[in-house]
Design a protein. Structure first.
Length: 556
C-alpha cells in the first residue's frame, strides 16, 4: 500500500513539472464545479448547452475560467487534470453514497484522483487514475438474533443483488484507471473506450440508471460529447457495451448467517448493453425529454445472435419476441432490463428548474399489461432547483430538493403475494444492477427512499447552507420480513447537514457535516422494549466529508 501511495505522489509531482495548463471534461458529479455550471445555466450566466442528462459534462476548464485558447491548442494540446481529494469520516456506522466508488464504510476513508489530458487532432487521451483507502472499521450491522424467516427475507435481497454491508474485515484499498479514456472526437461525436463514471438523467443527488455511486466500469462508447444542434433542436445520445463485476464478498458480518443463507457468486462477469437518448426541442427553450435502456447478463450465457449483443434495440413487449418459433424467455437467458424516461425544464427568467425520472425494471408482456399495470417494478425521482436574488447583494438564495423512491408499489402483493418480489436494481438471474458491490444508479440501498432539501447562500463558487435529509432504509425488506406487526418499526434516518464551499485562487473546498439520528436502527428493539410497550433502538452518528480540488496552472 505504501508503494502505491509513493508512486502516486511521484506521478503527481512529475505532472506538475511537465505543464502549467489544464483541460478537458468534468467528472460526473464533480464537487463544486458541476453544481456551479448547473446553477449558472438556470441563472443565465453561462452558455452551457447541455441538458445535464448526459454526464460527464464536457467543458474545457480554461473555458470555464474564461481563458482564451490559441489556434494551436485547437489541434494539439496537453494539460493537467485538477487534483481531487475527498476525505470522509463516519462515526458508529456507514452513511453517504456517491463519489466514484468510495465504499459504505465506518471510520476514515480517502479518495485521491489526478492525471493529464492530451490531444492531437481528433485523438483524445485522458489518464486520470483513482486511489481509494478506507479504514473499514467494524460496526453494528444486521443482527444475528432475528428469526429464521427474517434472516431468509434479508438474504433474499442479498442473494438477488450485490450489496455487502461491510467490504471485508480489514482495511480496504483500490487503485484503478478511474476517470480515464481514449477516444476519437469529430464535431459533436465521440467513439472510444473508457472507465469514466457516467451519469444519465437529470437528477442532482441520484439517478435511476447511472450515477457516480459505483466505481466506473470499462466500456466501449459511441456518444455525443456536446449536443448535436439541428433545425429541430438539440440531440444527445450514448450507446455503450461494458463489463460489470460482482463484489465476491459475503454480505453479512456474521459467518454463520452467510454459511446458512448466502448463495455464493459464480465468479463470472456481466455483459452490459445500454443506450441513452435525449431531445431538447427548439421551440421550448430549457425543455428536455429522454429515455434510457439497459440490459445485463452474465457472460457465461451463450451469445447466439446480434440480439444477444445489442438487446437495447429490441421492442418493449415480450409477446412479440420469437426465436425459432418460440417466445423468447429473457429470464431463462439471464437478461435483466431497466427502462427509464425523464424530463427536465429550466427557465432562465425564473431562475428555476424542475425534473422527473420514471423507471421500470421488467418488460411488459403486451401493451394491455403495461397500461393496466404501469407501476410494476417502478422507481422514480422528482426534483427542483430555484435561485432567489437578494436585495443589495451579489449573493443568491439557492433552494433545491429531490425525492428518490425505489420501494415497490402495492402491485407486488398482487403479483407475488404478501412477501413481495425483487425491487429496483435487483434481479434473480443477473443478480443486481451493480459494479463491485455498489449500485450503478441509486446508491442508498435496495428498496430505500430518500428526500433531500437544501437551503444555501451562493455566490459564484462559494456556498453556505443547510441540508435536510430523510432516508427510509430497505423498505421492501421491512415489509417482507415484518409485515403488519407493530413491534418492529421501519428504520428511518433523519439528518441535518451544514454545507460550506469556498474558492481561494486555485483551491476549491466543498465540505459537509451531517448529524444523523437513526430511528429504529437496523430494526432493533431497545433493551427495555416489551411486546406490550415496544421501543426501537436509536443510533446517533456523524457523517463528515471534505472535498478539495486543486486547479493546476495559472488561474484568472
Amino acid at each position: 500500500m505504501n508503494i502505491v501511495i509513493r508512486f502516486f505522489g511521484l506521478f503527481l509531482g512529475l505532472l506538475g513539472l511537465l505543464s502549467n495548463t489544464f483541460a478537458q471534461s468534468l467528472s460526473s458529479g464533480q464537487p463544486i464545479l458541476e453544481e456551479y455550471l448547473r446553477r449558472n445555466q438556470i441563472a443565465n450566466e453561462s452558455a452551457v448547452a447541455g441538458s445535464f442528462s448526459l454526464r460527464p459534462v464536457i467543458n474545457d476548464y480554461r473555458n470555464l475560467f474564461q481563458e482564451e485558447q490559441d489556434s494551436l491548442k485547437k489541434i494539439m494540446d496537453f494539460g493537467l487534470m485538477p487534483i481531487t481529494s475527498i476525505s470522509r469520516y463516519n462515526t458508529n456506522r456507514p452513511y453517504g453514497h456517491g463519489d466514484y466508488g468510495m465504499i459504505p464504510s465506518n471510520g476514515l476513508q480517502q479518495y485521491v484522483s489526478a492525471g493529464f489530458f492530451a490531444k492531437f487532432s481528433v485523438l483524445h487521451l485522458q489518464f486520470q487514475p483513482e486511489l481509494i483507502y478506507a479504514q473499514n472499521a467494524a460496526f453494528d450491522g444486521f443482527s444475528s438474533d432475528f428469526s429464521n424467516s427474517v434472516n431468509q427475507a434479508r438474504f433474499f435481497f442479498w442473494n438477488f443483488g450485490d450489496g455487502p454491508e461491510r467490504f471485508g474485515t480489514e482495511a480496504y484499498s483500490r487503485f484503478y484507471w478511474g476517470q480515464s479514456s481514449i477516444s476519437l472526437k469529430f464535431k459533436s461525436l465521440e467513439l472510444g473506450a473508457s472507465t469514466k463514471n457516467i451519469w444519465w438523467g437529470p437528477g442532482q443527488w441520484n439517478a435511476l440508471t447511472f450515477s457516480n455511486s459505483a466505481p466506473g466500469f470499462p466500456h466501449l462508447t459511441f456518444n455525443t460529447y456536446k449536443p448535436i444542434q439541428t433545425f429541430l433542436g438539440n440531440f444527445e445520445f450514448q450507446l455503450l457495451v461494458g463489463r460489470l463485476e460482482d463484489s465476491g464478498i459475503a454480505p453479512s458480518q456474521f459467518d454463520e448467517l452467510n454459511g446458512r443463507y448466502f448463495q455464493n457468486f459464480s465468479g463470472d462477469w456481466k455483459y452490459l448493453n445500454a443506450v441513452m437518448f435525449s431531445y431538447a426541442p427548439k421551440w421550448v427553450p430549457g425543455f428536455t425529454i429522454g429515455l434510457t435502456r439497459t440490459f445485463q447478463r452474465y457472460s457465461e450465457n451463450p451469445f447466439n445472435s446480434l440480439r444477444d449483443y445489442l438487446p437495447v434495440f429490441e421492442g418493449l413487449q415480450k409477446v412479440n419476441f420469437f426465436d425459432n418459433g418460440n417466445t423468447v424467455d429473457y429470464d431463462r437467458d439471464g437478461y435483466d432490463q431497466q427502462l427509464t424516461i425523464f424530463t427536465r425544464y429550466f427557465n432562465k427568467e425564473a431562475k428555476a428548474e424542475i425534473y422527473f425520472e420514471y423507471g421500470r425494471r421488467d418488460h411488459a408482456f403486451n401493451w394491455r399489461e403495461l397500461i393496466l399495470n404501469p407501476e410494476h417494478t417502478r422507481a422514480y425521482i422528482l426534483g427542483f432547483g430555484k435561485l432567489f436574488d437578494l436585495a443589495n447583494s451579489d449573493k443568491m438564495l439557492q433552494v433545491r430538493g429531490e425525492m428518490t423512491h425505489q420501494q415497490a408499489s402495492v402491485n407486488r402483493y398482487i403479483r407475488y403475494g404478501l412477501l413481495g418480489g425483487t425491487t429496483w436494481h435487483m434481479h434473480h438471474q443477473a443478480r443486481g444492477f451493480t459494479n463491485y458491490g455498489q449500485a450503478l444508479g441509486v446508491g442508498i440501498g435496495t428498496g430505500s427512499n430518500i428526500q433531500t432539501l437544501e437551503f444555501s447562500l451562493v455566490e459564484k463558487f462559494n456556498k453556505m447552507g443547510l441540508l435536510f435529509e430523510r432516508l427510509e432504509n430497505h423498505q421492501d425488506f421491512y415489509y417482507r420480513a415484518f409485515g403488519q406487526q407493530k413491534e418492529h418499526q421501519p428504520w428511518v434516518d433523519l439528518s441535518i447537514g451544514l454545507l460550506y464551499d469556498k474558492r481561494w485562487n486555485n483551491l476549491l473546498l466543498s465540505s459537509k457535516l451531517q448529524l444523523i439520528n437513526g430511528i429504529n436502527y437496523q430494526w432493533q428493539l431497545a433493551p427495555e422494549s416489551t411486546p406490550e410497550f415496544p421501543r426501537g433502538e436509536n443510533l446517533f452518528s456523524i457523517h463528515s466529508q471534505v472535498s478539495l480540488i486543486y486547479l493546476l496552472g495559472k488561474q484568472p
